[in-house]
Design a protein around this ligand. Structure first.
Ligand code: DLZ
Length: 160
Protein backbone atom coordinates (compact mmCIF):
# COMPACT_ATOMS: atom_id res chain seq x y z
CA UNK A 1 0.00 0.00 0.00
CA UNK A 2 1.62 3.27 -1.10
CA UNK A 3 1.41 6.81 0.22
CA UNK A 4 -1.47 7.59 -2.16
CA UNK A 5 -3.78 6.35 0.57
CA UNK A 6 -2.53 9.17 2.78
CA UNK A 7 -2.92 12.14 0.43
CA UNK A 8 -4.19 14.39 3.20
CA UNK A 9 -1.05 14.02 5.26
CA UNK A 10 -0.31 16.77 7.75
CA UNK A 11 3.40 15.98 7.74
CA UNK A 12 5.82 18.20 5.89
CA UNK A 13 6.72 15.90 3.02
CA UNK A 14 9.55 18.13 1.76
CA UNK A 15 13.14 17.03 2.28
CA UNK A 16 12.49 13.73 3.96
CA UNK A 17 15.80 12.10 4.93
CA UNK A 18 16.62 8.69 3.51
CA UNK A 19 16.21 6.11 6.26
CA UNK A 20 18.42 3.28 4.99
CA UNK A 21 20.96 3.69 7.82
CA UNK A 22 18.46 3.93 10.65
CA UNK A 23 16.70 1.52 13.02
CA UNK A 24 13.23 2.09 14.45
CA UNK A 25 11.08 0.47 17.11
CA UNK A 26 7.32 1.00 16.94
CA UNK A 27 5.58 0.51 20.29
CA UNK A 28 1.90 -0.21 19.69
CA UNK A 29 -0.96 -0.06 22.20
CA UNK A 30 -3.49 -2.86 21.80
CA UNK A 31 -6.39 -0.80 23.20
CA UNK A 32 -8.56 0.35 20.23
CA UNK A 33 -6.51 -2.08 18.15
CA UNK A 34 -8.45 -1.46 14.92
CA UNK A 35 -7.17 2.14 15.07
CA UNK A 36 -3.63 1.45 16.28
CA UNK A 37 -3.09 -1.23 13.63
CA UNK A 38 -3.87 1.40 10.96
CA UNK A 39 -1.52 3.89 12.61
CA UNK A 40 1.20 1.22 12.69
CA UNK A 41 0.58 0.47 9.01
CA UNK A 42 0.82 4.15 8.09
CA UNK A 43 4.03 4.58 10.06
CA UNK A 44 5.55 1.39 8.62
CA UNK A 45 4.71 2.51 5.07
CA UNK A 46 6.24 5.97 5.59
CA UNK A 47 9.48 4.33 6.76
CA UNK A 48 9.57 1.74 3.97
CA UNK A 49 8.85 4.36 1.29
CA UNK A 50 11.88 6.31 2.43
CA UNK A 51 14.55 3.65 2.33
CA UNK A 52 14.22 1.93 5.71
CA UNK A 53 14.87 -1.82 5.56
CA UNK A 54 12.16 -4.04 7.03
CA UNK A 55 14.75 -5.81 9.20
CA UNK A 56 15.42 -2.42 10.83
CA UNK A 57 11.81 -1.95 11.96
CA UNK A 58 10.78 -3.80 15.10
CA UNK A 59 7.50 -3.80 16.98
CA UNK A 60 6.59 -4.09 20.64
CA UNK A 61 2.91 -4.49 21.56
CA UNK A 62 1.70 -3.18 24.93
CA UNK A 63 -1.79 -3.59 26.49
CA UNK A 64 -2.90 0.06 26.51
CA UNK A 65 -1.66 3.60 25.95
CA UNK A 66 -0.63 3.94 29.59
CA UNK A 67 1.87 1.13 29.00
CA UNK A 68 3.42 3.01 26.05
CA UNK A 69 5.64 4.78 28.57
CA UNK A 70 7.25 1.60 29.90
CA UNK A 71 7.25 -0.05 26.45
CA UNK A 72 9.05 2.95 24.97
CA UNK A 73 11.53 3.04 27.86
CA UNK A 74 12.26 -0.65 27.21
CA UNK A 75 12.65 0.04 23.46
CA UNK A 76 15.25 2.71 24.25
CA UNK A 77 17.48 0.03 25.82
CA UNK A 78 18.23 -1.57 22.45
CA UNK A 79 20.34 -0.11 19.67
CA UNK A 80 17.76 1.98 17.87
CA UNK A 81 17.70 5.47 16.33
CA UNK A 82 14.07 6.42 17.02
CA UNK A 83 11.14 4.98 18.96
CA UNK A 84 7.56 5.68 17.84
CA UNK A 85 4.81 5.33 20.48
CA UNK A 86 1.47 4.51 18.89
CA UNK A 87 -1.86 4.66 20.74
CA UNK A 88 -5.50 5.66 20.50
CA UNK A 89 -7.31 7.09 23.52
CA UNK A 90 -11.03 7.64 23.09
CA UNK A 91 -13.09 9.65 25.55
CA UNK A 92 -15.51 7.67 27.65
CA UNK A 93 -17.98 8.73 30.32
CA UNK A 94 -15.44 9.21 33.10
CA UNK A 95 -12.30 11.20 33.86
CA UNK A 96 -10.13 8.21 32.87
CA UNK A 97 -9.50 9.79 29.46
CA UNK A 98 -7.85 12.88 30.96
CA UNK A 99 -5.66 10.86 33.33
CA UNK A 100 -4.40 8.56 30.58
CA UNK A 101 -3.86 11.41 28.08
CA UNK A 102 -1.92 13.46 30.63
CA UNK A 103 0.13 10.51 31.88
CA UNK A 104 1.10 9.34 28.40
CA UNK A 105 1.97 12.76 27.01
CA UNK A 106 3.98 13.63 30.14
CA UNK A 107 5.63 10.20 30.19
CA UNK A 108 6.73 10.38 26.57
CA UNK A 109 7.89 13.96 27.10
CA UNK A 110 9.99 12.82 30.09
CA UNK A 111 11.62 10.10 27.98
CA UNK A 112 12.55 12.70 25.37
CA UNK A 113 14.23 14.78 28.06
CA UNK A 114 16.13 11.92 29.69
CA UNK A 115 17.14 9.96 26.57
CA UNK A 116 19.40 10.85 23.66
CA UNK A 117 17.10 8.83 21.41
CA UNK A 118 13.92 10.62 20.20
CA UNK A 119 10.51 9.18 21.04
CA UNK A 120 7.74 10.21 18.64
CA UNK A 121 4.26 10.82 20.08
CA UNK A 122 1.74 9.11 17.81
CA UNK A 123 -1.19 8.94 20.22
CA UNK A 124 -4.64 9.96 19.01
CA UNK A 125 -6.80 11.58 21.70
CA UNK A 126 -10.30 11.68 20.25
CA UNK A 127 -13.82 12.27 21.51
CA UNK A 128 -15.29 9.56 19.28
CA UNK A 129 -14.27 6.46 17.35
CA UNK A 130 -15.26 8.25 14.13
CA UNK A 131 -12.71 10.98 14.84
CA UNK A 132 -10.09 8.29 15.41
CA UNK A 133 -11.02 6.53 12.15
CA UNK A 134 -10.77 9.83 10.24
CA UNK A 135 -7.17 10.23 11.47
CA UNK A 136 -5.96 6.67 10.97
CA UNK A 137 -6.38 6.29 7.21
CA UNK A 138 -9.64 8.22 6.78
CA UNK A 139 -10.56 11.68 5.57
CA UNK A 140 -7.98 13.43 7.74
CA UNK A 141 -5.10 11.23 6.59
CA UNK A 142 -3.09 8.89 8.74
CA UNK A 143 -1.26 10.26 11.77
CA UNK A 144 0.82 7.09 11.76
CA UNK A 145 2.20 8.07 8.37
CA UNK A 146 2.94 11.57 9.69
CA UNK A 147 4.69 10.04 12.70
CA UNK A 148 6.85 7.92 10.38
CA UNK A 149 7.96 11.07 8.55
CA UNK A 150 8.68 12.77 11.89
CA UNK A 151 10.69 9.70 12.94
CA UNK A 152 12.86 9.91 9.79
CA UNK A 153 13.52 13.60 10.40
CA UNK A 154 14.39 13.03 14.05
CA UNK A 155 16.68 10.10 13.18
CA UNK A 156 18.59 12.43 10.90
CA UNK A 157 18.77 15.20 13.53
CA UNK A 158 19.81 12.80 16.30
CA UNK A 159 22.64 11.45 14.15
CA UNK A 160 23.87 14.83 12.85
C1 DLZ B 1 -8.58 1.70 30.84
C2 DLZ B 1 -8.47 2.35 29.51
C3 DLZ B 1 -9.54 3.13 29.01
C4 DLZ B 1 -10.81 3.36 29.78
N1 DLZ B 1 -9.49 3.68 27.79
C5 DLZ B 1 -8.37 3.52 27.05
C6 DLZ B 1 -8.28 4.11 25.77
O1 DLZ B 1 -9.20 4.74 25.24
N2 DLZ B 1 -7.13 3.93 25.08
C7 DLZ B 1 -6.05 3.23 25.58
O2 DLZ B 1 -5.03 3.12 24.90
N3 DLZ B 1 -6.14 2.65 26.79
C8 DLZ B 1 -7.25 2.76 27.53
N4 DLZ B 1 -7.35 2.18 28.75
C9 DLZ B 1 -6.24 1.26 29.17
C10 DLZ B 1 -5.05 1.97 29.85
O3 DLZ B 1 -4.25 2.64 28.89
C11 DLZ B 1 -4.18 0.91 30.57
O4 DLZ B 1 -3.86 -0.12 29.67
C12 DLZ B 1 -4.86 0.32 31.79
O5 DLZ B 1 -5.28 1.34 32.67
C13 DLZ B 1 -3.91 -0.64 32.53
O6 DLZ B 1 -2.80 0.08 33.04
Amino acid sequence: MGSSMYKISHANLVEIPNGSKFKFTLVVSQWNKSITDKLFEGCYNALMENGVMSKNISRIDVPGSFELIFGSKKALESKVDVVVSIGSIIKGETEHFNFICNAVSQGIKDLNISSKIPVIFCVLTDNTIDQAKARSGGKHGNRGYDAGIAALKMASIANS
